[in-house]
Design a protein around this ligand. Structure first.
Ligand SMILES: Nc1ncnc2c1ncn2[C@@H]1O[C@H](COP(=O)(O)OP(=O)(O)OP(=O)(O)O)[C@@H](O)[C@H]1O
Length: 280
């Protein structure tokens, strides 16, 4: 179970400088009130346009930095250490880790697939997965057995013993996902997981997520971000629409269609996310 309550995050970005001018600082309100409650055995989608604040929200969930305010908990364990960061220049924004106290316990309950897959190129897919399992405290045999299990689930047996160097986008995603799932976490968080995947790889990923949601697959709590309507329609039990840093609507796809009074999900999304533009 993942709960995000009214989180906010700003960054201080520098504007470009000319030859003889210094750049100035500009505050970017990346997230200004996002809330979400994702239950076990359900797939929850964070749906928003480019720059809506999805990745920033998921990075706070992953404990990479603390929200200015708001609260995040995983299975009841707080991810946020509780104190807001002071305003900082952009270069320092990314470097303020929030990993303290309960945060580590909360992180151990999640499998996180971020936007950068960061595999070790000289290690095989299996070694990448097992290494991560060892970091999570698994013994070598268990981590290896789990790598085999996940290779079957994600249809990656053919690449399991190949070095990650030279992997295609889809192969990298599968390896990174297997690595994130090695310790069998109850909660799975994916940032735009189908980015750059072809139709077959996308379908295989969808199937894997449906299985992980099912009782046989462990009734995982799955949260993923996307801007693709079709993905949300096909996968999500619950959708949170994010627009300009705020969560502006939530519910199942049929509930959101009804709320917007539309029959096409794309129209419903535009109406809910950008009401001013629709009215204009
Ligand atoms: N480190 C940072 N410094 C300055 N601004 C940032 C930083 N990270 C994110 N932003 C800004 O915050 C806003 C939200 O970005 P974010 O990456 O969370 O959006 P997103 O919904 O994931 O978008 P996309 O779908 O395009 O990836 C954007 O305007 C972005 O430029």
């Amino acid at each position: 179970m993942i709960e995000i309550q009214d989180v906010h995050k700003h960054f201080v970005a520098r504007t470009g400088a000319g030859l003889f001018k210094r750049g100035t600082r500009r505050v970017v309100h990346a997230v200004q009130g996002v809330s979400l409650a994702a239950a076990d055995g359900r797939i929850t989608g964070l749906l928003g346009a480019n720059g809506a604040g999805k990745t920033t929200t998921l990075r706070m969930l992953a404990g990479l930095f603390a929200p200015d305010r708001g609260h995040i908990a995983v299975d009841g364990i707080a991810v946020t250490p509780g104190h807001p960061e002071p305003a900082q220049p952009a270069a320092e924004n990314a470097g303020a880790p929030a990993r303290a106290g309960g945060t580590l316990a909360a992180l151990a309950r999640m499998g996180i697939l971020g936007d950068a897959h960061g595999l070790y190129p000289r290690l095989s897919a299996r070694e990448n997965i097992v290494y991560f399992g060892r970091l999570q405290g698994m013994d070598a045999d268990r981590a290896n057995a789990r790598a085999e299990e996940l290779a079957k689930l994600l249809e990656m047996q053919a690449i399991l013993d190949r070095r990650a160097e030279g992997f295609s986008q889809g192969e990298r995603m599968k390896t990174a996902l297997a690595r994130a799932l090695v310790h069998d976490p109850a909660n799975i968080v994916l940032d735009e997981p189908t980015n750059g995947l072809d139709v077959l790889a996308t379908r295989a990923l969808r199937e894997a997520l449906r299985w992980l949601r099912s009782p046989a697959g462990g009734a995982k709590c799955i949260v993923f971000s996307t801007h693709i309507m079709q993905e949300v329609e096909q996968l999500c039990d619950e959708v949170v629409v994010v627009s300009q840093g705020r969560s502006v609507a939530r519910g199942s796809v049929p509930a959101l269609l009804e709320q917007a009074g539309e029959s096409r999900f794309e129209d419903a999304f535009v109406k809910l996310a950008f009401p001013d533009e629709v009215a204009a």
